[in-house]
Design a protein around this ligand. Structure first.
Ligand code: SAH
Length: 418
């Protein structure tokens, strides 16, 4: 049951199977149950790339698993684009040839903290975002830089905590995709232009993180890594696989749920489901419009679930101690960035344990919107702050390489990889 049925698209990929399923694999292949735990540790804690590297297993069992078609199933890093700000955007190839993008942000982007602590607070003092409405001129530079960057993920040594080697303190955020493309059709988002191709399997979600951690030589839980489910796709339209990935990350990889944030465009029934999860990331909601007319225009899904329904779900969301709901608000020049709209946001959020992340639009020729000037963003922020709502301006990361919010998959469409 744990094999091809549970995981058909990936063939016999071990990544994505939980301890119970891996134990079943061990038993089915004539081994003792504890081999399941060994596989679990190898796949998630050690993040081996190949079966032959699972040194806890007898050589012949490694070979036997391979002969039966089992493999680890890590996505392959096809390309990497390195930003001048240190952000790296990875193009990952999946088993069926589809690709998704995953972003590594040293120091994070400030959007990962749903409770107003840590990263979120740090952002208060760094409102540095580019003023220019159109930055596509830098594209070639970013791509050139990326092609010169050595492609050596398979050879790169991974720091091994068990060897007693001292790990340098690292703090970073990985932004992961949950679907190939997206079905939600937000008018300001590049990923929406692709439509949705398919859901990612749990193993493909965890695999993005495992591949990036290998590549960067980072070892959670000793080193601090935040995860944001804010890449391509709508996690709440791939709910079960997303949640399975969360559990594998917590129990297998060793990343605390408090270090994870999921962002939803506002799939209201799933917000209620999510609130009932015993183990869950923090919640961020893409608001992006302050009334139904406006939000319906930029996010057609608002016609299915109105702001009233969305805010009801947000208000009833069972928060943990010191936790807050985050509202993201993409500012579109002349559309939703006026003081009047800021005051409407204040009314929506009033009295909630919430914070607001403002994101100045990452613009592009395909999008019918422009980026507001910095002073407009600041004015919007001041109105919310004056009303007592913790409000941060999210610093765009990796805009020069199309790694910033809403930009994922853009360059792939312009220039297919290889
Ligand atoms: N589908 C989920 C996860 C994506 S998160 C969601 O909608 O929340 C990506 C965040 O970036 C969302 O808050 C989205 O509103 C924002 N975003 C999308 N396109 C953008 C753009 N062009 N510029 C800035 N932010 C954008």
């Amino acid at each position: 049951m744990a094999g091809s049925n549970a995981n058909s698209r990936l063939g016999n990929s071990l990544l994505g199977l939980n301890l119970v399923e891996l134990t079943a694999v061990a038993l089915e292949t004539g081994q003792s149950a504890y081999r399941g735990q060994q596989l679990f540790d190898a796949v998630y804690r050690q993040r081996v790339e190949r079966l032959e590297q699972v040194s806890t297993l007898p050589l012949e069992y490694r070979a036997q698993l391979g002969e039966q078609g089992w493999r680890i199933g890590l996505p392959v890093i096809e390309r990497r684009f390195v930003s001048s700000d240190g952000t790296v955007r990875y193009l990952m190839a999946l088993a069926d040839g589809e690709t998704v993008e995953t972003v590594w942000m040293p120091e994070g982007d400030g959007g990962e903290s749903g409770d107003g602590s840590e990263a979120g607070e740090e952002m208060e003092s760094s409102h540095s975002f580019a003023k220019s409405a159109n930055e596509w001129g830098t594209r070639e530079a970013g791509e050139e830089e990326s092609t010169q960057y050595p492609v050596a993920s398979t050879q790169r040594p991974v720091a091994d905590s068990r060897s007693g080697e001292k790990l340098p303190p690292r703090r970073a955020t990985v932004c992961v995709s949950s679907q190939v493309g997206c079905a939600v059709n937000c008018k300001f988002c590049f990923t929406a232009l692709l439509g949705v191709k398919r859901n990612l399997e749990a193993g493909e979600i965890v695999g993005q993180i495992a591949a990036v951690l290998r590549e960067q030589g980072v070892e959670p839980p000793m080193q601090r890594v935040n995860i944001v489910f804010m890449g391509m796709g709508e996690p709440f339209l791939n709910y079960d696989n997303f949640m399975k990935a969360v559990r594998l990350l917590v129990e297998g990889v060793g990343i605390a749920e408090s270090r994870m944030t999921v962002s939803t465009a506002g799939i209201v029934p799933r917000i209620y489901d999510f609130g009932r999860e015993p183990m869950r990331p923090k919640l961020a909601i893409s608001l992006n419009g302050s009334n139904d007319a406006l939000r319906g225009e930029v996010m057609p899904l608002n016609r299915k679930w109105s702001i009233a329904e969305l805010m009801k779900a947000a208000r009833e969301f069972p928060l943990r101690a010191r936790e807050r709901v985050t509202f993201e608000y993409v500012l579109l020049e002349g559309v939703n960035d006026a003081p009047e709209q800021a005051r409407e946001v204040v009314e929506l959020v009033r009295g909630m344990r919430a914070k607001v992340n403002l994101i100045a639009l990452n613009a592009g020729a395909e999008l019918p919107y422009r980026t507001p000037d910095e002073d407009l963003v600041m004015a919007f922020q001041r109105i919310l702050v004056a009303a007592g709502i913790p409000t941060f301006v999210r610093r765009p990361r990796g805009r020069d390489i199309f790694a910033a919010c809403g930009q994922l998959k853009r360059t792939v469409e312009i220039a297919p990889a290889r």
